[in-house]
Design a protein around this ligand. Structure first.
Ligand SMILES: O=C(O)CCC(=O)C(=O)O
Ligand SMILES: [Fe+2]
Length: 347
């Protein structure tokens, strides 16, 4: 069984981007405050309509409704594009998330990885149009973060130029499976606790499909530890939930916090066990972008190097978690060799 969660109410700032040009200073101040103190905020009046978001969710749902052997024609690849199912293992749990996802990028890595129009005629065109809408909103936020850190306004925008071949930005469509409400003793991780390693994530969720929770408290980007007091992220239709990734935390000399979050493994009364769809747009800079904060707290690294070391850290923690689970399993078997009890990995 998953452990019972300790909750604390935390206010997650809601920031309006209305009349952006005239309000840019006030918006910058609110974004910096939210990023320093929570690491999560939602944005409203961002210009993407509820209808546009729902239309993209409809495309996503049509994709996931295809038979697995059709989705398998666009498999996940190490270029970070494509479809996977039950395969993303988080260091916090040591177990795969119970979900499937389809990752989309702007450039040529996608050439063989767009689902054929014979299955979904409008999928590619509609997805690229939606990705460009989210990119535009992201660029407004990038101007504010650049100002907040004392860089020129277009500093981050240029380093996330999606017309360049080596940009790493991704739209991840997610489908978490419906889960049994009656406990069968297993823990079904939806998205185990993690921090995003990119620059800034914009997340779209559907009303009624709750589960996103955050756990702030990280002071330096090199630290993997997490607290155990969670806060639910409440959602209003049309809101975009944004979170700082490790890369922006490092690029801001640890001023803006990349916060641990998860989609809870439902196990308590009131949790949502039904099918859940979400979409996460990860802003990730070009692989040759040079990353260093204004105070030079960390040595300069390229986008590619930052990603590689984030992966290395991730896999080291994952290996340690797996070893811990194996040792617990062996211990449980030696105490009660005939029960076959499985080890619950708490998120
Ligand atoms: O599905 C969600 O609400 C969160 C997904 C997420 O955190 C991720 O994919 O990094
Ligand atoms: Fe995430």
């Amino acid at each position: 069984m998953a452990a019972k969660t300790t909750y604390r109410e935390r206010a997650i700032p809601r920031i309006s981007l209305s009349d952006f040009e005239n309000n840019i200073d006030a918006i910058t101040a609110q974004l910096c405050d939210a990023s320093e103190n929570v690491g999560f905020f939602s944005i409203v009046d961002h210009g993407i309509s509820i209808q546009e978001i729902e239309d993209m969710f409809a495309q996503s749902q049509s994709f996931f409704a295809l038979p697995d052997d059709v989705k398998a024609t666009v498999p996940w690849s190490p270029n970070n594009v494509g479809w996977e199912k039950n395969s993303q293992i988080r260091p916090s749990t040591g177990a795969p998330d119970t979900k499937e996802s389809y990752q989309l990028q702007f450039g040529s890595y996608m050439n063989d990885t767009w689902i054929s129009p014979s299955h979904l005629p409008e999928f590619k065109e509609k997805s690229l149009a939606f990705m460009n809408r989210v990119r535009q909103v992201s660029e407004l936020l990038m101007i504010c973060f650049a100002r907040g850190l004392g860089f020129p306004d277009d500093y981050f925008i240029k380093l996330h130029d999606v017309s360049r071949e080596n940009v790493q930005s991704v739209l991840r469509l997610l489908h978490y499976f419906e889960l049994p409400e009656v406990s069968d003793g297993k823990v079904y991780h939806r998205a185990g606790a993690h921090a995003d390693w990119g620059f800034l994530t914009l997340l779209f969720q559907r009303e009624g499909q709750s589960g996103l929770e955050i756990c702030p408290g990280r002071e330096v980007v090199t630290e993997f530890a997490q607290g155990d007091t969670w806060s639910k992220v409440h959602l209003e239709a049309g809101d975009i939930v944004c979170n700082i990734g490790d890369l922006l935390m490092s690029w801001s000399d640890d001023r803006f916090k990349s916060t641990f979050h998860r989609v809870k493994a439902p196990c308590e009364p009131g949790d949502y066990f039904g099918p859940r769809y979400s979409m996460a747009y990860f802003n990730q800079p070009c692989s040759d972008a040079v990353i260093q904060g204004p105070k030079k707290k960390y040595p300069p690294v390229t986008g590619a190097e930052f990603t590689a070391s984030a992966m290395k850290r991730n896999f080291a923690v994952l290996a340690a978690k797996r070893q811990q689970l194996e040792e617990e399993d062996l211990k449980a078997k030696s105490i009660a060799p005939t029960t076959g009890t499985s080890v619950a990995a708490g998120a």
